[in-house]
Design a protein around this ligand. Sequence first.
Ligand code: 5RP
Length: 239
Amino acid sequence: MKLISYGVELKKKAGVAAANIVEDGMTLGIGTGSTVKHFVEELGRRVKEESLNIKGVTTSFQSKLLCYHHGIPIIDAAMVSQIDLGVDGADEIDYSLNAIKGGGAAHTIEKIVATMAKQFILIGDESKLVDNLGTKFPVPIEVIPEAIALVESKTKDIGADPRIRMATKKDGPVISDNGNFIVDLFFKALQDTSAINNFLLTIPGVVETGLFIDMADQAFIADSDGVQIIKKDWTRTKD
Ligand code: 5RP
């Protein structure tokens, strides 16, 4: 018998629910992470069994490989400026649908692709919903290596504790798909996320932040009862 953990089951529910709203002919933003993996697997099933005709704009090498293995045709993000629907995971989502992303160091391309999307949907299990961003996760920023000391100094000035993300199966730092470092910013209390985001983007060498403010239109959150759909206007329904 195959044992699937509760958390994995919930991620699967959220991913499958998002794949079920995909329509024939759509161009899709394909996020990154373990929740998106289920979204792509279900899309692959629909492509194979329902002859669903879709194209994916991927956000990382991980999502590119997943699409390749599940028979989803890919278009290079550099060749697109608008897509029908973007679907991605998140590390934390608040009730206004602001999010922290970048647990997989892919947030720069994820933000580019999310911005192209007419509709952007976050998917996750119930552990991702928080009252305040920064409760469980730091804010990641992607940094050009030469700027690392400058970025450490500037972010300490605003009360952050900056830590270069270290690899676990390689000595030294995590290197993003774009060849940069990831610095995780730990805040005692993360307030005014919009102002912090704007400030971080003024530091030379900061490529992008993992703060996704006012970007998502909906969140599909799976719990033991099913999938809760939270909309930007605060309405909630069950899938
Ligand atoms: C990658 C991300 C992921 O979407 C985020 O870390 C959530 O991942 P998971 O679905 O594995 O919990 O932002 O950069």
